[in-house]
Design a protein around this ligand. Structure first.
Ligand code: HDE
Length: 714
């Protein structure tokens, strides 16, 4: 089988343009002699309509923007490859999964959901995790999220959900935030959203990096093998760097200091050769087990706990090349859950079925033409021949007179492929029932897995969920909505509801609003939605659902950033020792000083400052180190240094100092709160301490010292 990545079959160079050493021309290829002045009658006279060069330039500019994605507008992407480690021909005939070592080119795009194109990366939100596989059998898109369930069970509620979460229509506020009345009004009337609410109120919704997120296909799909046998499948992406988050206060500060934080992180990691990597795993459910579980496989508000069906790794994805042009690639890429290849098929999940309509439809208005598949980033590497013709911006020049099938004038070509020749055929499922607008009774449990999720969290993670809910509902102005939400939360966990209620200065209602009395008139009820009931999950707690307990989490600090705070007189040896130790771990130490330029060292050398306190902030780094040397007295007087350290402490990061520099920590406002057991505070008076850098790096491997929050908030 051909290794598509190695053979560079996906050659986009015919579409690339580089103006180096070239003349400036019009779009018609005419060389331009003056690009700075429009054509005028005399130096001070009016401009002339005949100036085709000016008109062409301005017209093109006027039409530069295309509509942003209605959801997932804010995103970043990269090229890479998918490589099979564990072929699964017994499960699927999909060509790209047949042979160990086979590489398929991919483009992945990560995104937030609610915000506009220019919104912050650090919004509390689900993240999109969409991957386009350019396989030898055509395009396969796995259009996933970093959360394995969704808010709603039926596609018909999607426009309502999105209208509710988007900025409110009367004043277009707030941007990229769910903390407002319309979102929580809708949620409080949709008990089916409670499982997803647990996830978006957890730290999953504020990832440290796109590179440190899991991905989930959400719906159950089908795999079909050569013999036509089908199995159900759930897709998982597991990040090599583990699954990590930032603190909510930190996320909000990053949004101001660097709203491109995730975009920059992905870009820089790839530029520096720290290629992000994920394993692709599958949970396989044999067809005969379709009805084995207490939840319905077709219900997108449910997971299949890994305790019931383990994840089997089938390959890995590596992202190793940034796009050349954001618009042409990341913006114009068009994903679609309906882009499947033989061997992969859909389930009857009603959310998935609705998505199968939506994605082509949205590209028609966003990219403007049914020819969007011809845009270079969307092109299949498998050859495309059919009788689709014409339309806006058609690139293909179809030769011959035949554009219909069957035909005799073209010898019957292009001809249909038999299944044995790779022709796609849908799974031959028997469906025999009445036409109804109803929800299946098997979709009626809205709380069992919300409980499972909450029960699986560590105390730190639970407290973050409580605080997130206090924040979000605290921003809601309508008291009735808050109370309705407390009622729903009490169905998940009474303590959770009570703790949130304390933050809101409210009481958990004793009489629950049911779908029939929950603030909307009965005739406006959602037809076919049953009284919610609780089905306890057969799995009580699952480590895979917790970020902190997650068995796949790794202690690597590769690509992490350490702020090394310096001033004139700093010990050059200390700085270089830490920098070198970090480089060995593929991490980086960056110099932050009161001003840019050189920082003079104790040995009369100079170190270049990477940032000043104006351009850097603790929230943009993973840890802080203050090396010894005379500089410490300058730093002691600097308020920015104290803010830097206080934030690092508050966000539970590793802080290290040696020699006199330790005084900076010991006199900081948080000094009295430091617990002697806090493994994230590394102080030594011994400036020759040889293990200091090693200990600092080992502490960074624990990522955050969340226990600190007990001292800070209790
Ligand atoms: Fe999407 N979704 N979605 N979605 N979705 C879009 O398609 C839609 C859903 C997801 O980086 C849109 O090209 C409906 C679930 C991702 O370009 C649109 C429903 C999941 C992306 C659309 C859903 C997703 C989108 C907007 C409910 C997780 C970004 C622009 C029936 C599995 C892909 C576009 C990218 C984008 C519709 C629900 C993931 C409007 C109707 C569930 C990652 O077509």
């Amino acid at each position: 089988m051909k290794n598509l990545q190695d053979e560079k079959q996906r050659d986009l160079s015919i579409n690339k343009s580089d103006g180096t050493n070239k003349f400036l021309t019009t779009d018609q290829g005419v060389r331009i002699n003056d690009d700075n002045n429009s054509l005028k009658v005399g130096e001070r006279g009016p401009s002339l309509l005949e100036d085709f060069i000016l008109r062409e330039k301005i017209t093109h500019f006027d039409h530069e923007r295309i509509p942003e994605r209605i959801v997932h507008a804010r995103g970043s992407g990269a090229h890479g490859f998918f490589e099979v480690s564990n072929p699964i021909p017994e499960l699927t005939k999909a060509g790209f999964l047949q042979e160990a070592g086979l590489r398929t080119p991919v483009f992945a795009r990560f995104s937030t959901v609610a915000g506009s194109r220019g919104s912050t990366d650090l919004a509390r939100d689900a993240r999109g995790f969409a991957v386009k596989f350019y396989t030898q059998d055509g395009i396969y898109d796995l259009v996933a999220n970093n959360i394995p369930v969704f808010f709603i069970q039926d596609a018909s509620k999607f426009p309502d959900l999105v209208h509710a979460v988007k900025p409110e229509p009367h004043n277009e506020m707030p941007q990229a935030a769910s903390a407002h009345d319309t979102f929580w009004d809708f949620i409080s009337l949709m008990p089916e959203s409670m499982h997803m609410i647990m996830w978006v109120m957890s730290d999953r919704a504020i990832p440290r990096s796109y590179r440190m997120m899991e991905g989930f296909g959400v719906h159950t799909f089908r795999l079909i093998n050569e013999a036509g046998t089908s199995s159900f499948v759930k897709f998982h992406w597991k990040p090599k760097l583990g699954t990590h988050a930032v603190a909510w206060d930190e996320a909000q500060k990053i949004s101001g200091k660097n709203p491109d934080f995730h975009r920059e992180d992905l870009w820089e990691a790839i530029e520096k050769g720290n290629f992000p990597e994920w394993e692709l795993g599958i949970q396989i459910i044999p067809a005969e087990d379709e009805h084995k579980y207490e939840f319905d496989l077709l219900d997108p508000t449910k997971i299949v706990p890994e305790e019931l069906v383990p994840v089997t790794v089938v390959g890995r994805m590596v992202l190793n090349k940034n796009p050349d042009n954001f618009f042409a690639e990341t913006e114009q890429i068009a994903f679609h859950p309906g882009h499947v290849v033989p061997g992969i098929d859909f389930s009857n999940d009603p959310l998935l079925q609705g998505r199968l309509f939506s994605y082509t439809d949205t590209q028609l208005s966003r990219l403007g033409s049914p020819n969007f598949h011809e845009i270079p980033i969307n092109r299949s590497i498998a050859p495309v021949y059919n009788n689709q013709r014409d339309g806006h911006m058609r690139q293909e020049i179809n030769v011959g007179r035949v554009s219909y099938h069957p035909n005799s004038l073209g010898g019957g070509c292009p001809y249909q492929a038999k299944i044995s020749e790779g022709g796609f055929s849908s799974f031959n499922e028997r469906v025999d029932s009445h036409k109804v607008r109803e929800r299946s009774e098997s979709f009626a449990d809205h709380f069992g897995q919300a409980k499972l999720f909450f029960n699986s969290q560590t105390p730190t993670e639970k407290s973050h969920i409580v605080k997130a809910l206090r924040f979000e509902l605290g921003k809601v102005e309508t008291t009735a909505i808050r109370i309705r939400m407390l009622g729903l939360l009490s169905q998940v966990d009474t303590q959770l509801a009570e703790k949130v209620a304390i933050g809101l200065g409210a009481t958990v209602p004793t009489v629950l609003e049911t779908p029939l009395n929950r603030g909307v008139s009965p005739e406006n009820e959602i037809k076919g939605q049953q009284e919610p009931r609780i089905v306890e999950s057969s799995v009580v707690s699952s480590d895979a659902l917790s970020m902190l307990k997650n068995p796949t989490n790794s202690a690597t600090i590769a690509s992490r950033k350490v702020a090394i705070i310096c001033a004139h007189g700093v010990s050059e040896a200390a700085v270089m020792n830490m920098k070198n130790a970090l480089v060995k771990e593929d991490a980086v130490g960056l110099i932050i000083a009161p001003h840019l330029g050189s920082v003079l060292t104790d040995t009369e050398g100079a170190i270049a400052a990477d940032f000043s306190f104006l351009t850097a902030s603790s929230v943009l780094f993973d840890a802080v180190y203050i090396p010894h040397g005379l500089g410490f007295s300058t730093l002691m007087k600097n308020d920015d240094v104290m803010e830097f350290l206080s934030d690092a402490y508050k966000h539970c990061k590793v802080i290290g100092a040696d020699g006199k520099a330790t005084e900076l920590i010991l006199t900081a406002p948080f000094a009295s709160k430091i617990s002697k057991d806090d493994g994230g505070i590394l102080l030594t008076n011994d400036v020759a301490n040889e293990t200091f850098a090693k200990d600092f790096i080992a502490a960074m491997g624990d990522h955050r010292f969340w226990e600190r929050e007990i001292n800070l908030y209790n």
